[in-house]
Design a protein around this ligand. Structure first.
Ligand SMILES: Nc1ncnc2c1ncn2[C@@H]1O[C@H](COP(=O)(O)OP(=O)(O)OP(=O)(O)O)[C@@H](O)[C@H]1O
Ligand SMILES: [Mg+2]
Ligand SMILES: [Zn+2]
Length: 294
């Protein structure tokens, strides 16, 4: 158990500034009284990406959705809020870059002309040594990421969150303006879908709209013939969406090229624009835009 977790298990009062939650343990995870003011950031749509379970592909989906939106001419920011395991810079091959820190602003790392990225990984001297983050520290960092980063004028800010139902989602929901809701990433298997249901309930507790469920690793693209193989049963995410009465945004197959792209730090889209996987990502993006903008 980390010191962080130990602190979390203690009871604390409303003004607690030392535990990792920063909130009373038994308080509902909805907006407490005396909300901090919304950060001043010029963004039309803030989209949270979360899941009930780790490793289902949130960061991969966040990266690819951000690219899909940017390739459709939107101004996009991609914000990595996984403080304990920031993976987006590595996936994009920009982990060695450092944002320029100006007098009153931090310049995000620009991946393309209309896609900028910010991650705690850029600000830590060494990503291999763990940092113990307490709730108020996280809140301060999130506030800075919103208000002090030179995002410019954004159409979309895609926010990649750590797995589970943590405080980062609550904090960003409170601090960011125009949070249009959250998408839930799941894999097709039953256990993962149960976790997706938990995530949907969590979003509802935060009083945010559920934009929809995305079923990732749904079927597999054969590396040889590029046909789809029904590896695990598919359709769990779709069924969960129907049962919960929330939109289903689409399915993205398990594509070995996607793993390679993530490991090698080169965006999948740059090499595979016409692949079935990229078409699936685009369809998900279009459904998301329709949910958010109509
Ligand atoms: N559609 C896909 N096809 C192939 N591999 C994928 C796909 N989606 C994700 N992956 C791979 O699965 C692994 C986990 O993905 P990722 O890091 O995006 O998950 P995550 O939900 O963000 O994990 P964490 O909970 O640790 O933040 C990575 O190696 C990634 O390349
Ligand atoms: Mg991740
Ligand atoms: Zn084949």
């Amino acid at each position: 158990m980390t010191p962080n977790q130990t602190a979390e298990s203690q009871n604390c009062d409303e003004n607690c500034s030392t535990c990792s939650s920063g909130y009373p343990q038994d308080a509902p995870k909805s907006a407490p009284k005396g909300l901090p003011p919304k950060a001043k950031i010029d963004v039309k749509h803030v989209i949270l990406v979360l899941s009930g379970k780790g490793g289902v592909g949130k960061s991969t989906v966040s990266v690819n959705l951000a690219f899909a939106l940017a390739s459709h001419g939107k101004n996009v920011g991609l914000l990595d809020l996984d403080f304990h395991g920031p993976s987006i810079p590595k996936m994009l091959g920009i982990e060695d870059q450092r944002p320029a820190v100006l007098a009153h602003a931090i310049e995000p790392v620009h991946v393309t002309g209309n896609l900028a990225v910010m991650s705690m990984a850029f600000l830590l001297p060494d990503t291999s040594s763990p940092v113990i983050w307490r709730g108020p520290m996280k809140m301060g960092a999130i506030q800075q990421f919103l208000a002090e980063v030179n995002w410019g004028s954004l159409d979309y800010l895609v926010v990649d969150l750590p797995p589970g139902t943590g405080d980062e989602a609550l904090t960003i929901a409170q601090l960011a303006p125009n949070v249009k809701g959250a998408v839930v990433v799941t894999t097709p298997q039953d256990v993962a879908v149960l976790d997706a249901v938990k995530a949907v309930k969590f979003i509802e507790k935060l009083e945010l709209p559920v934009i929809g469920i995305i079923e990732n690793m749904s079927g597999m693209i054969c590396p040889h013939c590029k046909e789809t193989i029904d590896l695990f049963s598919t359709g769990g995410g779709k069924k969960a969406a129907e049962d919960l009465g929330v939109p289903f945004l689409g399915a993205i197959p398990l594509d070995p090229e996607m793993v390679k792209a993530g490991d090698e730090g080169r965006p999948y889209i740059l090499r595979h624009v016409d692949s079935p996987t990229w078409k699936a990502v685009n369809a998900v993006m279009e459904n998301l835009v329709q949910q958010v903008e109509s």
